[in-house]
Design a protein around this ligand. Sequence first.
Ligand code: GLN
Length: 295
Amino acid sequence: MRLRPDRGEVATYIPELARADRRAFGIAVIGADGQLAAAGDSETPFSVQSITKVFTLTLALGKIGDRLWKRVGREPSGNPFNSIVQLELEKGVPRNPFINAGAIAVTDAILSGHEPREALGEILRFLQFLAEDSSIAIDEAVAASEKRTGFRNVALANFMKSYGVLDNPVDYTLGVYFHHCAVAMSCRQLAMAGRYLAHSGRNPTTGLLVISPERARRINAIMLTCGHYDGSGDFAYRVGLPGKSGVGGGILAVAPGKASIAVWSPGLDAAGNSHLGRISLEMLTKRMGWSIFGE
Ligand code: GLN
């Protein structure tokens, strides 16, 4: 692949993530026929971070349906993923489920009626089920590292709590949030897990319905508009696919009806999105004619 040597910077605000190898790069593409095409470090587990927000959104919608939209909006924020400014102006209701505040509100909805450990187990089992891989696990060192340094998330959660947007004790909700962000998956596992979004809510191999086609379409819409924070417009412009990034350097992208794609390279751009990940997706969609906006 012809990728430029400039790779961006790895995330350091979660100290454990600073250990990632800047030179790593992996990609996995799973087509509608279930065929896997993979290259580079596609089997290396990495910290999926905010990419789990797609799966927690799916679970929360399954649990409480459209009532979720009372606690969280679905408009792009145009702000960094951990911004607190908008939250005050909008009375503690986060703009969308993919910025940190929104994902914390979604996690709180999954947690209600459960112990934190049960909620976390539900999220992990859902990922294992989607990826058809029971070896997927949480990296406890990353979870502990984020818990020690997650002051902004603590602020966001307390702020929402003060507006009655969170039902559960703040430290319970954050405990589940930090741990699900710390799930480690490889590109292959992530592409497997994303297949239902590329195929109208179904596992394309078994035909099993995971969620309704309408819900899959809507989650894809939110990924397109909000999946890359204040870099979402640029990602749509360059790549043209629904996608969700994480500060671990992963991106899950969905080519509807065609493929589920996961890329990983830990160097990030200024908005906290994988630099080479985005460039490689741009090259792939161009070559394949996969942009949802046309060739
Ligand atoms: N766990 C990270 C955080 O809360 C997730 C951020 C991200 O991946 N953009 O800061």
